[in-house]
Write a protein that binds this ligand. Structure first.
Ligand code: NAP
Ligand code: HSE
Length: 450
């Protein structure tokens, strides 16, 4: 793997002389939550953007699945078709905005657009996290731009800061709340006591969820975004399949309230680390101390906490889902491309893109755990439990016993130790006669140890 520097792979804008350009013609594939809001922004800000870019930007063609569907945005003034290939094949169009989502037909359409010399903007994290390398290589070969600020963190500028502002530093760790739906759900569970199902229905109504909500709940969406973030931050390709993933479906109201009592908030965290030439990436629910900046990120908000060698700690916060915030990021990419067209420059991809990151085995990830055990209230039980942790070389940071009588509950928090040793300990604890049940386990992040 090459050195882990943010600027290794990334587009850097080369500026040349200003060309006379009559206008930038955009084709929009998909006019749903994101596509519709993008069309609205580009229209509402047309005069201002024209002044900024030096040429007007017009969405001239829109592809949808159902032309008869009622939409919040008026499509009059644009050609409307159910054949996205027609938009991609229109030689008068310079920029394609892909807002359909999913892998196919989006992938084929983007590749066709690139092959015909069009620049592309996409918010499609699912596609980028599986086939991003192929798309970026095709764009580099064709000499066109492929930008995707909206794919991670909705409206939060994070891809551009990682690729440009932090290009001179070495990013070591990225830890974020990158799925708005699950953060919305965990916030509602924590603050109003709603069930996961009730909070999910509301997130869906607000347009936050993926077409298949399990993409949110089971952590697939966060894993895809983390793969993109890690690729940009560390300069080597990480794909969704490289991310160790656990969703929030097993998080209960009891877990959330027990965390509160101990001074923690439960969040679905996405964590990527670069160390010793390897990258580790994981998505899972975790307890964060209430004093950690990410613990106060509520509702549909996303936040990405970046640690760099020289810059130290940075946090990027904003609305991570929803039409308007996401479309703000899409529109920003369209403007960057439009400026490139006018200036004759382009965002280029350095040689070497596509190097696959070496992935650190999951079992080696250093983590801390919160563990709740239902045990017999007898002499020697605490010693047996402690011995099991000791046998796996895991140190216990705190232990509390609740209840007494025949059964009691032990609540432990461990010090940092490899994930694999924690797993082996949990397996062993389950086999002890004194342990009736492992009632709950959850990783603890954001303390001075992790
Ligand atoms: P959406 O509301 O479901 O919109 C999808 C659009 O694509 C619809 O207009 C649909 O047409 C059209 N479409 C679907 N298949 C098509 C086909 N074969 N040919 C032509 N048009 C087709 O989805 P979205 O929420 O806007 O998401 C779009 C992309 O943005 C996805 O990649 C998503 O992951 C990403 N994203 C979404 C958010 C968010 O908050 N929603 C945030 C960040 C990124 P009809 O309208 O006729 O059905
Ligand atoms: N379903 C996604 C989320 C949409 O909740 O974050 C934004 O990518």
């Amino acid at each position: 793997m090459r050195p882990l520097l943010a600027h290794c792979i990334w587009p850097t804008v080369a500026r040349f002389s200003v060309h006379h350009v009559d206008g930038i013609r955009v084709g929009l594939l998909g006019c749903g939550v994101v596509g519709g809001a993008t069309l609205r922004i580009l229209r509402e800000h047309r005069d201002e953007l024209s002044a900024r870019v030096g040429a007007p930007i017009d969405v001239v063609s829109v592809a949808v699945r159902d032309v008869a569907r009622a939409r919040e945005v008026d499509l009059a003034g644009a050609t409307v078709t159910t054949e996205p290939a027609e938009v991609v094949g229109d030689p008068s169009i310079q920029v394609i905005v892909e807002a359909i989502g999913g892998v196919e037909p989006a992938r084929g359409l983007i590749l066709a657009a690139i092959a015909s010399g069009k620049h592309v903007v996409t918010a499609n994290k699912e596609l980028l996290a599986t086939g991003g390398a192929q798309l970026l290589e095709a764009a580099a070969a064709a000499g066109v731009d492929l930008l995707f600020e909206a794919a991670v963190g909705g409206g939060i500028p994070i891809i551009r800061p990682l690729r440009e502002s932090l290009a001179g530093d070495r990013v070591r760790r990225v830890m974020g709340i990158v799925n708005g739906t699950t953060n919305f759900i965990l916030t509602r569970m924590s603050e109003t006591g709603e069930s996961l199902a009730e909070a999910l229905a509301e997130a869906d109504r607000l347009g936050y969820t993926e077409a298949d909500p399990s993409a949110d709940i089971d952590g697939h969406d966060a894993a895809a975004k983390l793969a993109i973030l890690a690729t940009v931050a560390f300069g080597a390709t990480v794909v969704s399949g490289d991310v160790q993933r656990e969703g929030i479906s097993s998080v209960t109201a009891e877990d959330v309230s027990a965390a509160h009592e101990l001074g923690y908030e439960v969040k679905l965290l996405a964590v990527a680390e670069a160390d010793g030439g390897q990258v580790a990436a994981r998505v899972h629910p975790a307890m964060l101390p209430r004093t950690h900046p990410l613990a106060s990120v509520r509702d549909v908000f996303n936040a990405i906490f970046v640690e760099g060698d020289n810059v130290g700690e940075l946090m990027f916060l904003g609305r991570g889902a929803g039409g308007a915030p996401t479309a703000s990021a899409v529109a920003g990419d369209v403007v960057e491309i439009a400026r490139n067209i006018v200036s004759g420059g382009r965002s280029t991809i350095s040689a070497g893109y596509g190097t696959k990151a070496a992935i650190r085995p999951t079992a080696e990830a250093p983590v801390r755990y919160y563990v709740v055990l239902s045990v017999l209230d007898q002499p020697g039980v605490l010693a047996a439990v402690a011995s099991s942790f000791a046998r796996h070389d895991i140190s216990i940071a705190s232990v509390r016993q609740e209840g007494s009588g025949d059964q009691a509950t032990l609540v432990l928090i461990t010090h940092v130790a490899p994930e694999g040793r924690h797993r082996a300990t949990f397996d062993e604890l389950q086999s002890l006669d004194a342990v009736k049940e492992i009632a709950s386990t959850m990783r603890v992040e954001g303390t001075s140890e992790a």
